[in-house]
Design a protein around this ligand. Structure first.
Ligand code: NAP
Length: 236
C-alpha cells in the first residue's frame, strides 16, 4: 500500500502546497478548520488541532483505515499580533493553543503509528521568529520556540523506532497569512533577506520532501531555516 501522510493547516497556504506535493507520492489526509478553497488531499478532516479529542479521533480513523501513518506535517498556525504590554489573555492563549498545543496534540496522537511505520517522519512548521523574536509577536515567538524544544524531545523519544522529528523554520513566505501586510513591510522583509526575495510555498515544500525522503533517515532533531538567509542578520 502507498504510504500515508497527514498534514495540518492544509486548507490553504503552505499546508495546502505540502498536501499537493506529497500527494504525488503518498496518500494524504488533510486537516484544517475549514476548506474554503476546496478539498485537497485524499481525505479531509475538519478538525481544530487544539481540540485533542477531535485530533485523537481523526488520527485513529486514518491509522485504522490506512493500516498505519508514516509522515505527519504540523502546519496549522495563526497569528494574533500585538505589542506585549497590550496583548490580551485570549490573544496569548489562542496562539499557544493552535501553534504549540495543536502540534503536540497531533504528534501525541500519531506517535504510536509513526513508531510502527518503519519510515516515520514528523515535521513541525515552526518559524525563524521562534529563534530571533519579532516585534508584536510574544505569543507567536513563544509558541514557535516551544515547537523547537518539543521537536528535539520527540526526536530523542522516537529515535529508537527510527522516526525522525525535525522543525522547519520558514522566513517570510508569500501566503494568505502574510498577504495582508503593507507593501512597506513586505519591502522591508525583502531588504533584510540576503537572497533578495520573499519565500515561496515551493521553498518550504522542497524542505518537507527532502526530510520525508528515505535518504534523510539519519537527520533528526534539527531546526532548518528556509529563509533566504534572514537569520544571518544584517549583511556585513
Ligand atoms: P495560512 O495561509 O494562514 O495557513 C494556515 C492554515 O492553518 C489555515 O488554513 C488555517 O485555517 C489553519 N488553521 C488555523 N487554525 C487552525 C486550527 N485551530 N486547526 C487546524 N487548522 C488551523 O498560513 P501559512 O502562511 O500557510 O502558514 C503555515 C505555517 O507556517 C503556520 O504554522 C505558520 O505559522 C508558519 N509560518 C508561516 C510563515 C509565513 O511567512 N507565511 C513564516 C513562518 C512560519 P484558516 O484559514 O481558517 O485560518
Amino acid at each position: 500500500m502507498r504510504r500515508t501522510a497527514l498534514v495540518t493547516g492544509a486548507g490553504r497556504g503552505i499546508g495546502k502546497a505540502i498536501v499537493e506535493a506529497l500527494g504525488e507520492e503518498v496518500w494524504v489526509g488533510a486537516m484544517d478548520v475549514q476548506f474554503d478553497d476546496g478539498p485537497v488531499g485524499d481525505a479531509q478532516f475538519v478538525v481544530d488541532v487544539s481540540d485533542s479529542a477531535a485530533v485523537d479521533e481523526a488520527v485513529s480513523s486514518i491509522a485504522e483505515e490506512r493500516g498505519g501513518l508514516d509522515w505527519v506535517v504540523c502546519g496549522a498556525g495563526i497569528v494574533r499580533d500585538r505589542v506585549s504590554w497590550k496583548m490580551t489573555d485570549s490573544e496569548w492563549d489562542a496562539v499557544i493553543a493552535v501553534n504549540l498545543t495543536g502540534a503536540f496534540n497531533v504528534s501525541r496522537a500519531a506517535a504510536l503509528s509513526l513508531r510502527s511505520s518503519g519510515h516515520g517522519r514528523l515535521i513541525l512548521i515552526s518559524s525563524i521568529n521562534g529563534v530571533r523574536g519579532s516585534f508584536g509577536q510574544a505569543n507567536y515567538a513563544a509558541a514557535k520556540a516551544g515547537m523547537i524544544g518539543m521537536s528535539k524531545t520527540l526526536a530523542r523519544e522516537l529515535a529508537r523506532d527510527g522516526v525522525t522529528v525535525n522543525c522547519i523554520l520558514p522566513g517570510y513566505i508569500d501566503t494568505p497569512m502574510t498577504q495582508g501586510l503593507t507593501e512597506d513591510v513586505r519591502a522591508a522583509a525583502i531588504a533584510r533577506t540576503p537572497l533578495g526575495r520573499l519565500g515561496r510555498v515551493e521553498d518550504i515544500v522542497a524542505a518537507v520532501k527532502f526530510l520525508c525522503d528515505d535518504q534523510a533517515e539519519f537527520i533528526t532533531g534539527i531546526a532548518l531555516p528556509v529563509d533566504g538567509g534572514q537569520l544571518l542578520g544584517a549583511s556585513a
